[in-house]
Ligand binder design. Structure first.
Ligand code: 9MG
Length: 372
């Protein structure tokens, strides 16, 4: 029976190294970002058996884990390696991705002139509030939603993307599962593709995405939005999500997409019950061993309502911010949120305190000099 090993960096401190100190003493810088890790959770899985233990970096090196298993040394290297830029945006500090839904159940369905204008105005307000990526989506992927036909999705997304392109310096990502929408979005100037099916829904999507040359966000989901939360099944949810994302990263590489163009996302709320979502949120730092930037989208989702007993999604802002901060505290590079201004403010204060350095905190949104 195959034995797999997983490493999760824990015990985060501010990364204060200038390259000369003893790395183990000050922690190991994580992925070229603002934090360093001081310990590792080592998980071994064999069949249904899962064993977890936490060891200090000293113990990790003393016991020669890196040499004992090749897998552990590769995973360790993936943690240290600074991440490359995504569409020109450096991944050395947390970035906010603002949500621009252009579906009939959102403030605008994009198709009409007024709808396009409302969506563009909303996107520009998110940028002004601190979003550095604007995520336009024309297909609702909420639990229970129906699939949207291709022509309808194009009718919703393209006019907004075309109108917004010349008005913003922010990166634009397009949230779609369809290869044809990806192609049209790339031609209309999108910077990033965001697929909640990790390029598994449309058989053409993987090849098309690779041919666009754009970075891709690969999100884990179990099942289709219509039925995904009915009966999700996992052996160990965190490890199963990790294995899925690892397979999808390999599929992208096999299709000709360099790993530097991939971002992974464990897909909070997509085929997961409350205890699955909480387990994934608690273990976000595991995904760094995939060697690519990690994204979290928990904003206003049902788990926040369940944890805080709040039914109205618009009243879930404080809980959503707590989820975003908990992810950033584990080195997550991108948070996908509805409430950009509130998230930015929380993140600016929290980062300044964590790093003990106020220089980068917020300032006017337009200066873009913030820590986040
Ligand atoms: C479109 N969409 C809805 N939720 C999402 C999430 O959590 N991550 C990503 N990447 N996209 C999402």
């Amino acid at each position: 029976m195959q034995r797999s090993i997983y490493l999760r960096p824990v015990g985060f401190v501010a990364n204060q190294q200038n390259g000369e100190e003893d790395e183990v003493w000050g922690g190991i810088p994580l992925a070229g970002g603002p934090f360093a890790f001081t310990a590792l959770e080592i998980t071994e899985r064999q069949g249904a058996g899962v064993q977890r233990r936490v060891c200090t970096l000293g113990e990790f090196f003393e016991r020669d884990w890196g040499r004992r298993t090749l897998a552990a040394s590769d995973l360790f290297e993936a943690l240290r390696q600074p991440r490359g830029r995504i569409a020109g945006l450096s991944m050395d500090r947390p970035r906010i991705m603002g949500i621009v839904n252009v579906t009939p159940d959102s403030f605008s369905d994009g198709g009409s002139f007024d709808g396009v204008q409302a969506a563009v105005d909303h996107a520009l307000r998110l940028e002004e509030a601190g979003a550095e990526i604007l995520d336009i989506g024309g297909e609702s992927t909420r639990p229970g939603s129906d699939t949207v036909p291709l022509e309808e999705e194009l009718r919703r997304v393209l006019p907004v993307l075309e109108a917004l392109r010349s008005k913003t310096d922010a990166l634009i990502s397009v949230d779609t599962r369809k290869g044809r929408v990806m192609l049209a979005a790339a031609e209309a100037g999108a910077d990033i593709l965001n697929d909640v099916s990790a390029l598994t829904y449309d058989p053409e999507a993987l090849q098309i995405a690779a041919e666009t040359g754009l970075p891709v966000m690969l999100m884990h989901s179990q099942g289709d939005p219509k039925t995904m939360n009915d009966e999700p099944q996992y052996g160990d949810v965190v490890l199963d999500v990790f294995d899925f994302l690892e397979r999808r990263v390999h599929a992208c590489e096999a299709a000709g997409m360099p790993r530097e163009k991939v971002i992974v996302d464990p897909g909070i709320g997509f085929g997961k019950h409350l205890h699955h979502n909480v387990a994934v949120l608690s273990a976000m730092s595991l995904f760094h061993t995939l060697g690519v930037p990690v994204l979290l989208g928990a904003s206003r989702k049902k788990l926040i309502g369940q944890l805080c007993d709040v039914n109205d999604p618009t009243a879930r802002v404080p809980g959503s911010i707590a989820a975003a901060l908990s992810a950033v505290a584990q080195g997550v590079q991108i948070v996908r949120v509805h409430d950009v201004a509130a998230t930015k403010q929380a993140l600016s204060v929290w980062m300044a305190v964590q790093l003990g350095d106020e220089r980068g905190a917020a300032g006017p949104a337009s200066t873009r000099s913030g820590l986040c």
